[in-house]
Ligand binder design. Structure first.
Ligand SMILES: Nc1ncnc2c1ncn2[C@@H]1O[C@H](COP(=O)(O)OP(=O)(O)OP(=O)(O)O)[C@@H](O)[C@H]1O
Length: 294
């Protein structure tokens, strides 16, 4: 593996007795989409703000391109904050021009409009933007200085499913440009879609890390099958220790074909059958005992 772009070692941040971040270590490779996941209060924002050079760690080290980070990292990163105030009475285009004026070197506004799909509402007042449009503008602002790393702090929270998917397309686009993306999210499907590597934190500590596929393979070797309970004889369910949950029976199996053959041989109807592999939501539940968005 090549040298990481960012190397974090034994990083901690304490606020009096609160260990917001507690001796975490991980690395981020250039060009990767790196996901930091965890429930409310897990320490994601605190970690990201230390990486961005905004707050100082209590202890531990952050090395960027082989050197300890300094405030100069600001020139090489772009940040989409969860809550950025936009200037009232400015249009989207004027907002981009305003932010571009803060930097000596910027990418062209035209390229940002294209990458972030802003063309349809360029002349609209910031106050009239939908949630999805606003997030696209905030992403464009984060990209204005052509950063090497883009930090996205829960960029799709509060967006409807279609707007979330549209935003994922943009993230894939900027990744294809070779940028490194650091993403925090509450949404496991988002992490599964976008991230090459994820770190799951809870109570300031790392509880798992790896690619989504590695994590799922590490923790699950079975798929879930669900059938309406009316199709399955109670004795059969008991014999195989299948879980009856109200009007549905959950069957966990390593071999779907074998289980289907068994069901058919017992005369069970397969109408309403639903087969599902474990996903990151299931993993989170398994690791923490609660769902990510509880
Ligand atoms: N400035 C601060 N002073 C005291 N405690 C803080 C401060 N900032 C964060 N904390 C505490 O540190 C812990 C981690 O907070 P953090 O905001 O990093 O979590 P998070 O994972 O980003 O949560 P969320 O998903 O809700 O944004 C929480 O218990 C929080 O209350």
């Amino acid at each position: 593996m090549t040298n990481p772009l960012l190397q974090v070692t034994d990083l901690s941040k304490h606020y009096k007795e609160v260990k917001a971040v507690d001796e975490i270590s991980f690395s981020i490779q250039a060009g990767q989409c790196f996901g930091l996941l965890g429930p409310n209060g897990a320490g994601k924002t605190t970690t990201i703000e230390m990486l961005e050079g905004i707050i100082a760690p209590t202890s531990g080290s952050i090395v960027y391109k082989g050197k300890p980070i300094t405030r100069d990292i600001a020139n090489e990163i772009g940040i989409q904050f969860q809550h950025t105030a936009l200037q009232d009475f400015l249009t989207v285009k004027e907002t981009l021009q305003l932010f571009a004026s803060f930097y000596e070197q910027t990418v062209s506004i035209e390229s940002l409009i294209e990458v972030c799909d802003l063309a349809d509402f360029l002349d609209r007042d910031n106050r009239l933007l939908s949630g999805g449009q606003r997030q696209r503008l905030l992403l464009a602002i984060a990209l204005i200085n052509d950063p090497q790393i883009v930090f996205l702090d829960e960029p799709t929270t509060g967006l409807d499913p279609q707007a979330r998917r549209n935003f994922w397309t943009l993230i894939k686009r900027i990744k294809a440009q070779g940028k490194t993306v650091v993403l925090t999210t509450h949404y496991m499907d988002e992490a599964e879609q976008l991230c090459d590597h994820i770190v799951i934190v809870d109570k300031g500590k790392i509880i798992e890390s790896g690619s989504p596929r590695q994590l799922l393979n590490r923790h699950f070797d079975k798929v879930f099958m669900y059938l309406p309970s009316e199709h399955i004889d109670q004795a059969l369910a008991q014999e195989h220790q299948w879980q009856v949950n109200g009007d549905s029976v959950e069957i966990q199996t390593q071999d779907v074909e074998e289980t289907l053959s068994l069901l058919l041989s017992k005369g069970a109807s397969l109408e309403g059958l639903h087969v599902k592999s474990a996903n990151l939501d299931d993993l989170f539940l398994k690791l923490t005992g609660h769902s990510l968005r509880e």
